[in-house]
Design a protein. Structure first.
Length: 120
C-alpha cells in the first residue's frame, strides 16, 4: 500500500500554545465528559449489562482506527470483532427474553384493574 505524505506550509502550523490547548481539551474535557456520560448511562443498567457493553468499546476503538486508515482489518481480526458483537447481542437478547415475563407481571401490578379509580 503506498504511503501518502501530507505536508503543510510552515505558516499553517498554529504554534505550541494552541497545540497544548488542543491536547488539554481532548485529554481532559473530552475524557471527563465521556466518563461522566458512561457513568450516567451505566448507573441505569444492571452491572451485567454494563459489563457486556464495555466490550463494545474495544470494537468501537478498532472501528475508528480502521475508518481513519481507510482500510478493512485483517480477516482474523474482523472475525474476532464480529464474534464479540455477536456474543454481546446474543447475551442481551437471551437475557431480555428471560426477563420479559417478570417485567410484564410487574407492569401489571403498577396499574389498577379496570373499573377502579386512582387517588390522583
Amino acid at each position: 500500500m503506498p504511503r501518502i505524505q501530507l505536508s503543510t506550509p510552515s505558516s499553517a502550523h498554529p504554534g505550541p500554545a494552541r497545540l497544548v490547548a488542543g491536547i488539554v481539551f481532548l485529554g481532559v474535557v473530552v475524557s471527563w465528559a465521556g466518563t461522566w456520560l458512561w457513568n450516567l448511562a451505566s448507573s441505569r443498567l444492571s452491572p451485567a449489562v454494563a459489563g457486556l457493553l464495555v466490550n463494545l468499546e474495544t470494537v468501537s476503538g478498532f472501528g475508528y482506527v480502521y475508518a481513519v486508515r481507510q482500510h478493512w482489518p485483517p480477516a482474523g481480526q474482523l472475525a474476532g470483532l464480529a464474534l464479540v458483537m455477536a456474543g454481546v447481542t446474543l447475551t442481551l437478547t437471551v437475557s431480555h427474553r428471560r426477563r420479559r415475563p417478570g417485567a410484564a407481571r410487574s407492569a401489571l401490578l403498577r396499574y389498577p384493574p379496570r373499573g377502579e379509580r386512582t387517588l390522583d
